[in-house]
Design a protein around this ligand. Structure first.
Ligand SMILES: NC(=O)c1ccc[n+]([C@@H]2O[C@H](COP(=O)([O-])OP(=O)(O)OC[C@H]3O[C@@H](n4cnc5c(N)ncnc54)[C@H](OP(=O)(O)O)[C@@H]3O)[C@@H](O)[C@H]2O)c1
Length: 333
């Protein structure tokens, strides 16, 4: 299988490292390698139809800031000119237009290529269109890492719980907000907790997407569409972020043995992100940067999962699981 990676930052490089570390696994399972034929960053790309050395790509990016020697201006034109089987789309998320990720994914599916992405923008805006495009072109389109990073949730619901009726999902889908709220539990004011999250590298310089609940809302949309079969977009989510949570509210919750957490709630009829009171000790009362979700299905009842919601290798682990699922079908059959 020939893989091309769009976006060679934290996740793209982590995925290249994971592919390098799993060479024996692919050899043994399929008798063939998963080859990275190239990668693209914002200005350059590398391409070798025989396969690039994944660690060489990472080294070059780290040393020069460029993944390849060839400059480009239009990523779709680059895709048109190369041979590959699977596009791994990990360029920056744009929740207003879908960004370059949407263009890349659309083009790859139209060209009958399989796609794996963790880029939330295209999924939160154009889910139905992309799923139908994949179906029309007999392509695999997978996106496990777009919600919860390494925490298995989409494939868990669609594959492990297959045949069940999923009634609801409630989850903490943004580690930055949870870190801030956990610090506020200990008496820190919001602004100070946010500053610490930024110093630790959990929150971006502009933290709006996280603290206003937009990032959680994108993930809620992906779960609503992929697990509940809904046809919703970002604008359908009722969103309240964490910026107006006061120290007094946190203290008041504590007197009732509760904590406040930013919870995404998804069901056939619900699509909401808002701060909720959670009893201390409940799985959704988790502290720190972890993600967690409680899935309720008709036969299994409540199933709780948690895991690292972000990170170079953690997110790459979700991409690997999608890659293996695709190769199981394409290579093993
Ligand atoms: N980081 C995580 O833990 C995590 C977890 C789940 C999902 N995600 C999602 O994964 C995606 C990548 O995240 P990241 O953390 O790896 O971001 P990142 O470190 O900022 O890397 C983004 C990469 O995309 C490249 N890029 C920028 N504009 C591009 C364009 N127009 N065409 C092609 N490539 C372009 C950048 O190029 P330069 O290197 O030249 O700047 C960079 O290599 C995002 O959609 C993010 O939401 C990330």
């Amino acid at each position: 299988m020939r893989i091309f990676i769009c976006g060679f930052g934290t996740v793209g490089q982590g995925f290249a490292e994971v592919i390098a570390s799993r060479r024996d696994f692919f050899d043994k399972r399929y008798g063939e390698r998963a080859i990275i034929v190239g990668a693209m960053d914002s200005r350059t790309y590398a391409y070798d139809p025989e396969g690039c050395d994944p660690l060489g790509l990472v080294e070059r990016k780290k040393a020069t800031g460029r993944v390849g020697e060839t400059e480009y201006t239009d990523s779709v034109e680059v895709l048109k000119g190369i041979e590959y089987d699977i596009l791994v789309e990990v360029s920056p998320t744009n929740v207003e237009t879908g960004g370059v990720g949407l263009l890349n994914i659309r083009h790859a599916l139209e060209s009958e290529k399989d796609v794996i992405t963790v880029n939330k923008g295209p999924l939160a805006l154009k889910f139905r269109e992309l799923i139908e495009l994949a179906k029309a072109n007999s392509c695999k389109f997978r996106f496990e890492g777009s919600v919860g990073g390494a925490m298995p949730i989409i494939n868990l619901c669609r594959e492990n719980l297959r045949g069940e009726s999923i009634m609801s999902i409630r989850g903490i889908l943004n580690g930055t907000c949870n870190f801030i709220l956990s610090k506020m539990d200990k008496g820190q004011p919001f602004e100070q907790a946010l500053k610490e999250a930024q110093q630790m590298g959990y929150a971006e310089t502009d933290p709006t997407n996280d603290i206003e609940g937009y990032d959680s809302a994108c993930k809620a949309v992906i779960l609503a569409n992929s697990i509940f079969g809904r046809d919703v977009t970002f604008k359908d989510v009722k969103i309240t972020g964490i910026t107006s949570i006061t120290e007094e509210a946190i203290a008041m919750a504590a007197t009732r043995n509760m904590v406040i957490r930013l919870i995404a709630e998804i069901s056939d009829t619900k699509l909401e992100v808002a701060p909720r009171l959670i009893p201390k000790g409940h799985p959704l009362g988790i502290t720190g940067t972890m993600n967690t979700a409680q899935i309720v299905s008709d036969l299994a009842g409540p199933v709780t999962v948690s895991g690292r919601g972000a990170g170079r290798i953690e997110t790459a682990s979700a991409i690997l699981s999608d890659l293996v699922a695709i190769m199981d079908e394409r290579v093993v059959g």
